[in-house]
Design a protein around this ligand. Structure first.
Ligand SMILES: C[S@@+](CC[C@H](N)C(=O)[O-])C[C@H]1O[C@@H](n2cnc3c(N)ncnc32)[C@H](O)[C@@H]1O
Length: 290
């Protein structure tokens, strides 16, 4: 069965990448960074719209699943800890606006793991309460990339919010069947000393390998090796056919997209779970009807 989804704060579209593989259809993508629109179009054949504040909910075709890795800087340990006082934190309220208008069956949100502890947990509590007010049940878990077959230390929180009338029997965060250990050496085919890569980031590349800022420098066969765009793309789970410019003049943007994106292994696994929820609900509705 095919489902329709909306890809908010889409970047290079990790959700789209994985949901496409299940045959799902994206009805709307949005990102106010116009530089990413061409990349998105080249990979998925559709152009995102811009600022989320400009989306008229009446213009969105019907859909089942809303997803969004909303901007995380205000919540990140590396950010300024602004939380809801930061305009980007308030972008979360735009997700609520879209939820209220369409009441999609499932909403999947992603953010940095520090969202959970920001402002002593108050920010996360407010976010959950706002979602629950829309009559959804929030399930959440922090997932670590290296536990699921991608040798990167990135940790992210996933929130799977299910509309309260959707009946299902899925244990959403029982992910044992997807657990897989993988080293950089096995995955990238070079003799990396380190088992798992640091989190791919937007800035701070080329720091000395011993610096705390370093994330792209590694020891391979006794020499310093810097991750290439190809390596980072692979470490974020995108295959060779995924289009990203390697033109030097675009490098800064390309690294930013890669630093911002969600490892596709995560969106793939969460996608399987959402699919299971929707199928379980469908079956239970059929039983009730028969
Ligand atoms: C953490 S990134 C999301 C990455 C994305 N999920 C992916 O798979 O690549 C957040 C994105 O939100 C976008 N953004 C920030 N403010 C926005 C706004 N007002 N409207 C639409 N997009 C916005 C940024 O340009 C950025 O690409």
């Amino acid at each position: 069965m095919t489902h329709k989804f909306v890809d908010l704060f889409c970047g290079i579209g990790s959700f789209h990448y994985s949901f496409n593989k299940m045959g799902w259809e994206c009805v709307l993508a949005s990102d106010n960074d116009e530089t990413v629109h061409d990349v998105y179009e080249k990979n998925y054949g559709m152009k995102p719209v811009g600022d989320i504040y400009d989306i008229d909910t009446d213009d969105i075709p019907d859909y089942d699943v809303l997803c969004g890795g909303f901007p995380c800087q205000p919540f990140s340990n590396a950010g300024k800890h602004g939380g809801f006082t930061d305009e980007r934190g308030v972008l979360f309220l735009e997700i609520i606006r879209l939820m209220e208008a369409a009441k999609p069956k499932v909403v999947v949100l992603e953010n940095v793991s520090a969202l959970k502890t920001h402002d002593k947990g108050k920010t996360f509590k407010t976010i959950c309460e706002l979602i629950e007010e829309q009559e959804y049940t929030v399930h959440h878990k922090v997932l670590k990339c290296s536990n699921y077959g991608l040798p990167q230390m990135r940790k992210r929180i996933f929130m799977v919010c299910v509309r309260n009338d959707i009946k299902h029997d899925v244990d959403i965060f029982d992910l044992k069947e997807y657990e897989k250990e993988m080293t950089m050496k096995e995955y990238l085919g070079k003799n990396f000393e380190k088992k798992h890569a640091y989190t791919i980031r937007c800035g701070g590349a080329r720091s000395p390998i011993t610096s705390r800022q370093n994330w792209d420098g590694y020891t391979v066969d006794g020499n310093t090796y810097r991750l290439t765009i190809q390596d980072a793309k692979k470490l974020q789970g995108f295959d060779d056919n995924f289009h990203l410019s390697e033109d030097k003049k675009d490098n800064k943007n390309t690294w930013r997209y890669l630093g911002n994106t969600i490892p596709t292994r995560f969106t793939e696994i969460i996608g399987y779970k959402v699919k299971a929820i929707l199928e379980s609900h469908e079956q239970s509705s059929q039983r009730m009807g028969s």
